[in-house]
Write a protein that binds this ligand. Sequence first.
Ligand code: F0G
Length: 422
Amino acid sequence: MHLVCSECTVVAAADRLFCDDCGGLLAFELNLAPQSERLREVFAGRRASNDPLDQSGVWRFRELLPPFDPANVVTLRENVLPLYHARIGAEYADAANVTYLHLGMNPTASFKDAGMTVAITHAKARGARIAVCASTGNTAASMAAYAARAGIAALVLVPAGGVSDAKMAQTLDYGAVVAAIDGDFDRALELVRGLDPTRVAIVNSVNPYRIEGQKCAAFALLEARDWEAPEWLVLPGGNLGNASAFGKGFREARALGLIDRIPRIAVVQASGAAPFARLFRDGGELVPVHAQTAATAIKIGAPASWRKALAEVRASNGTVLDVSDDAIAEARAVIGRDGVGCEPASAASLAGLCALRDDGTIAAEADVVLVLTGHVLKDGAYAAAYHASNAHYANAIRSAPTDAALRTLIEEASVMVGGAHV
Ligand code: F0G
């Protein structure tokens, strides 16, 4: 496995973040011959093991990762992922065969942990003293946790007022130093990119080790489906590291003979933060925007990994679209009614599926996986405001001051399932 520029393919030194020749993002290249039977057996065998590395849904796939001394591995048993049948979500989207892949069921409750275990392991292995990131909240919480486990200091740059209370609380609890900057995520990332990567470990998704970890979500998904690829994978897009990672994972799985087709990837952005959707429609280079959306996790106007993500979407014969904040809010409430729940940005996946069903891109009977990137408890204020509103799926708190009122409520509630009348 070696590190190359994802744009000009020049071979890069291990401690670089960007190509010395063209400034492009770096990526690992996996050179393994097809060996599906052996790998499937090795991966499956580890599921019965009590070794911490085997219990991690990242390190369990270590043949497909950059090599590390196991003594350096920093793991919280990440990427052990449930798949949930989306009964109500499927009905809502007028689709027959929909599953949620819930990456919010990770140790710090978002998909970031799968990448962070590799990025922090690398930082520790090379003796880094401090890890740094820009974040809309989830990367911050994840980095803070893994850095704490590794005994490495952590510094987070966040947009002032742009991160939910829960994400901030996690990050502070795990002991990171938090700097709230007067600017948005894009400005924070610009500041981080200006730092010397040989002095600090930059663990945003421009770091190729992050992508190696996150690609394991694709392996875990495929393994849980007995190596049967779905037709479509629909996921939210912000900085676009995750779309790049899933695409890489699927391509590698096919090259190894683990699957025989690559799922089509649909990336969904919030309309107020949709430079990638516009680029996909209009062509050309990415034109950054001043991002605006209530889905704060994906409030990103200049996604760093757009070139990588574009290559993956194209390789998969996929698509990119954007959906309104109202569509995201409603889809999030619907995912809740399935007893699953997620944070706002994650629900862009179901909102996106609705749009792709409406325009016929995805057929009613297609086998679709919706990626949920963060846990429902990541943004309580957003959920509380939704339920206090008069939105369609709002579920207001009722008061029951008297016995009679309580009896009426019991009558009402007993004819409802998941908040809906039966
Ligand atoms: N969903 C959630 C819950 C996120 O936190 C993010 C990104 C995304 C989707 C988009 O993923 O950037 O790989 O396209 N959150 C970053 C952060 C930016 O700082 O936590 P992406």
